[in-house]
Design a protein around this ligand. Structure first.
Ligand code: MG
Length: 504
């Protein structure tokens, strides 16, 4: 990236080292999730902690700090230069405020916590993970204190994931959404269609081979435009996308032999994250403008491809003949209308990542409330399974059958700072608002039905992906949709889609 200002140019040189170290760190973490032999964990924890130390040193470097202070006082900077300085200030805030020993301790603790989480999940026993989580909560509280906040320590952790998001704002978002979703869910559960759908037994036997599921996922990923020359798909207990360099954007998946829908939605979801990364302007590589505008905007892209494309009526039409070929023994009698219903079956369930669009945000609301109360010291870690169950019953009407399918289901609490979950719901809201704007320019349904997804991808590239993190989320949303974030687009999308599907 070419810049005119000499100070910004020097900052970019310095940042490049941070970016490279970050990619190496991400590589270690990808390997931990995908490949690591059981006994190698001590080695990896030490290596990751050392990398965290090196990265922290770069952020704390005296010359770097001096340059950043100088850059903050320059009046005339170009748009990109302003964004570079702004993004550096935002990222540096964590390192300049949290003590180095806490950052390193966090990294060490999280490697061990990850292993404990895997074991606890396998053994269906929260008590194995509980002491590690207690440590993680304490570290989160320390980080929040040093990072700084106005009203609530949880604000600091939210800001680390979505610039400017506060506890009050997040609560407002969930308050606007959850009662409407609970009401819609109640109506759906009372419908004839719901009872009809619960009778299907297409997913009771392990008839969907991993090989065929992989074939389906590879096909769909190529269709949506995922570039396998700059990425790959592997297997991990919790699916994720990681960027190890501008031309190395990897995703992972997991396979349930009884239900092909899980790996399919993971492929479109993680594929959507990856398309964003693969679509950022190449000259932003290794600069503070790389990556997405925020986690919320990032999630809007995974949810767009997963739901607005992958779970649309037109995509079901496109996909049906392919499903017939791959899974002819079990799905040969399903027409596209049935496939559409199968892909959108509303079923209050225990697992967030497998949740339908109606119940998904209810899972996130539960995480938000528990995290907020943990960080505020209002609840204790040992009580989480009980609190979790209570909230699952209240919001979704289901009771977890154990810890694995309850509070242990997600990797997040073992791997990084808290405050991540609300970005999932933000992503859903953004995705509906972006889709509303896209539909004014493109007939997306007819493109999807023909399997011609290039026009959709190029719209997203031009309007969102290419900019990387040049714009802050509110600026980007305004630029693309003409207004600020407005939950009404998601509410209207979800109501009209599911009222039709369940004949309400
Ligand atoms: Mg995601």
């Amino acid at each position: 990236m070419k810049v005119k200002d000499k100070t910004v140019e020097k900052l970019l040189e310095k940042y490049k080292e941070i970016s490279l170290l970050g990619d190496i760190s991400a590589m270690l973490s990808w390997d931990l999730n995908v490949n690591l032999p059981a006994n190698a964990i001590e080695n990896r924890a030490e290596q990751s902690a050392y990398m965290a130390q090196l990265i922290t040193d770069k952020w704390l470097d005296h010359d770097f700090k001096k340059l950043l202070t100088k850059a903050n006082n320059i009046k005339k900077l170009k748009l990109e230069e302003v964004a570079v300085v702004r993004n550096l200030n935002y990222a540096a805030k964590f390192y300049h405020n949290a003590p180095k020993r806490v950052i390193v301790e966090f990294e060490e603790t999280s490697s061990h916590a990850y292993v404990a989480w895997t074991e606890a999940r396998k053994k269906n026993d929260f008590s194995i993970f509980s002491p590690h989580l207690s440590k993680m909560v304490k570290l989160n509280q320390i980080i929040a204190k040093h990072y700084g906040f106005k009203d609530n320590p949880y604000d600091a952790l939210l800001d680390l994931h979505e610039p400017g998001l506060t506890t009050i704002e997040a609560k407002k978002m969930f308050d606007q959404l959850t009662p409407k979703l609970i009401e819609l869910l109640k109506k759906i559960k009372k419908s004839k269609e719901y009872k009809q759908q619960s009778k299907n037994n297409l997913f009771s036997n392990e008839v969907y081979t991993r090989e065929n599921q992989e074939q389906l996922c590879n096909f769909v990923l190529r269709k949506i435009g995922y570039d396998f020359e700059t990425g790959r798909m592997d297997v991990s207990p919790h699916p994720f996308t990681t960027q190890l360099g501008s031309s190395d954007v990897r995703i992972t998946n997991r396979y349930n032999m009884a239900d092909f829908r899980e790996s399919l939605s993971v492929a479109t979801h993680e594929g959507g994250h990856a398309l964003y990364e693969q679509g950022v302007k190449p000259e932003y590589s290794n600069t503070p403008l790389k990556g997405g505008a925020s986690l919320g905007i990032h999630e809007s892209q995974s949810r767009f491809w997963e739901n607005m494309v992958g779970r649309s009526e037109s995509f079901s039409k496109f996909l049906t003949p392919i499903l017939h070929t791959l899974f002819n023994k079990s799905l040969d009698k399903t027409n596209s209308n049935v496939v559409y219903k199968l892909l959108n079956q509303v079923k209050p369930s225990l697992i967030r990542t497998e949740a339908d669009e109606v119940t998904y945000n209810l899972h996130v609301a539960i995480r938000f409330e528990i995290e907020r109360d943990l960080v505020n010291g209002q609840i204790n870690v040992v009580d989480i399974p009980k609190i979790w169950s209570g909230k699952m019953v209240k919001y979704l009407g289901v009771t977890p059958d154990g810890d694995s399918n309850g509070c242990l289901q997600d990797v997040h609490w073992s791997s990084g700072p808290m405050g991540y979950f609300p970005t999932y719901t933000l992503g859903n809201l953004y995705s509906a608002q972006f889709a509303n704007s896209m539909k004014k320019e493109i007939d997306i349904d007819s493109s999807i039905e023909k399997g011609e997804l290039g026009t959709i991808l190029s719209w997203l590239r031009t309007n969102i992906y290419t900019h990387g993190s040049l714009y802050l989320p509110p600026e980007l949303v305004k630029k693309v949709t003409g207004e600020k974030l407005n939950p009404k687009y998601f509410v209207s999308y979800i109501n009209s889609k599911y009222k039709k599907l369940y004949k309400l």
